[in-house]
Structure formats: C-alpha cells, structure tokens
Design a protein around this ligand. Sequence first.
Ligand code: ZN
Length: 399
Amino acid sequence: MSSRWLLCFLGLASSASSPAANFVCQADVSHPSYTVAEQQRVDRYWSEVVVYLREYLHTLQTPSGNCARSAEATVQTYESRAAGKEFRCILDAPDMALLAKQVAAVVAEPDKAKACFDVQSHFPQPRLFTPSAAVRAYSPVSAWIHRPLLTDYYRGIGGAVGKAGIDFANAFLEATSQPAPTAHWRTDVSMRGLPTLWSSVGWIPMYAENPSAGSSRFRGGYAYAEVMGPWGALRIQTIDGESVGAEIGMTVQMAGTFYPFHFHQPQESYITLSEPHCDAQYQGMILAFDSDQLHRSKTAEGWQILVDGSGNHWKDWFKSQDGERSWLTYSDRNSVHSFYARRCSAPGPKNALVAVWARSTARDHEQSTRLCRAADPSGKRELDRPWIPAICDLRDVNQ
Ligand code: ZN
C-alpha cells in the first residue's frame, strides 16, 4: 500500500471514529457548578437522553413496510382514491432527513453535545412540572431536581379541568409504565426502560388553561415533555452552522379523551408507545388540509375547512394505532390531525395514549398549534368527540 493510500485510509478511519461536528448551544443553557454527587445525577439523566435519541434514530432508520431505507409512516389515515391510508418512507421527507442527521451528530459525539444539556431545574417558560409525588419518587434524579408537581398545579386550577388533571397526574406513573411495543424498537424507551428520563424531564400541561381545547377531561388529561429542542433539556442552536430544527419529546393523553382536530406549520411525527387495553382503544386521524374528505372554502386570509365526520364518516378517517398499526405517523404542514383515546369498559390498569413525539422544523416557521372549533353557531358545543363537525381556519396557506 502506498503511503498516500495509507494516509487516506487513516484519514477515513479517524473521521469515522471521531467525527468533529461543531455544536453551538442556545444562549439560555445554564452551566451551574455541581458537586460530585449532583454531577452523577446529571450524568444519569443525560445517559438516558442519549439512549432515547439514539433508539429513536435507529427506529426511524430501520426499513419497514414498503420502505427500503427507512421506516414507513402513515401520512394520511384516509386517502379517497386508495380508500385507505397513505404512506411515505419517513426519511424521504427532507425535514425528517435533516432531523435524523442532527440526532446522528448528537449520538455520535454525546460528550460534546452534553455541553448543551441542562436539567432545567429553574426554566422560566414554559413552566415545567413533574406529574406527581409518585413520579418524583420514581428516580433520585427527579427527586433532586424537585420540580413543582402537576397535582398541585391542577389543585390550584380547580373545577372540572383541575379534577381531570389530578386524575391524570395520579394515573401517570401506572399509565406510562404499561408494557411498550417491541416490534419496531430494539430497546424499551418508555418509562419502564428509561425511568430517569421520563420522571426527570419537565412536563407541560399544554391545554389546561386553554378554554378552546375541547372537553375538561382532555384539557386536564394531556401533557407533553421536550427532551431535545428549543425548549427542551438539550438545546442546540446549530450543528456545523446549520440551524437545529429537531424537537423531540413525548406525549401522554389520558384514556377517555378526544384531542380536538388541529393543525400547524411544522411537520410532526409520532410513534405510539402504548398498546390498547381493548379493541380500537387508541385511534388517530391525519388528513391533508386539501384532502377531498374536507370541505374547503376560500376566505380573505386563507381557507376555512369544515371537518364533518358526522354519521359514521369519522370512522373512515380514524385508524387504530398501537405498536404495529399506524405506529409511526407523519403530519405534513397544516395537515389536520386528531387523537381519540377511548376508555375501555372492562376494568384494567390505568392507561393512556403515550407516544414519542417530534417536530422537525422547530425554528423555521410559526410554531403555534391551531385548534379547530365545533361548527356550532351558538359557540357552546365542545369539540369533544370525533363525529362533531368542526371548523378550522387556515390563515397562512398560500395555496
Ligand atoms: Zn400536531
């Protein structure tokens, strides 16, 4: 072997074993000085963050369905010509390919990315919570971070939302600790497999104080957490000069709730981590905003969309989701989507629709989640069931 080829070989070997991405953290990442014991807790939390991101990436990259190079995602739960679901290979979406590249950079050099990791013990906005005293006691790291409890927060809110929230928070540990699907995962990334992460990450009761978000039970019975992203524990501004749009976390929606139809600019993907306790317990719906299943009318600002699933029409759109069916979904920009988590009639363990959640363009566009409203002139009807006609106002779509 000539010396030139040898050098080339060595160069390749060293670039493969020690990639050298340049990570720039967000300016709001704090760097407190920790005692040895505290640093061990931070390290334990971080190690589970890395596993979560690594395994998420591996699942996205593993071929499934008709896809040869990545997992197959449901992009519409009903498409008229197919009279069924529409699929896409998830990493064929450029935004998800970029997300995967960014996550790959993190898991390739976790020690460098760790500089952007922050346990967020005093994060200003959004307010971050631990669901309950039982969740706090579930890991010494969570006990040490000592976030405010959702049970106290919901008690302060009171009323029907507060009552639902207390039920949710008290059920949280059991509901998130149910056996997770194994078909598309090589490691259990749920509360059972990564107890420090799930109990230590900051949870956000997104709809508790939003009176437009459907039923009280849903408003109290929903929370999400952000592991990586602009508001998450790992806050990386750029990698090699490229803006980091990856936003990755988890969602928990209590059984017996309907997440109203909604839409938003950033693309979004979910992987279902909960197995149903009865037939068709967890169902999801995604329709493109220009689907012929929806009735569109032009307005001065954009489009008004009527989502009318009355009669049994909604059953065409809502598909069971679990570890095998619609296990991975991808909502393109402004797709109308919704989740229906039914309550089983037979008694069983406390349960909830639990998912790995991600958005891919968290810095590029308007991030707000826009909820649709019941198509009820009196304004009194709650959008709390999938068959209730709804109106969505899309104001920023140039199509
Ligand atoms: Zn969404």
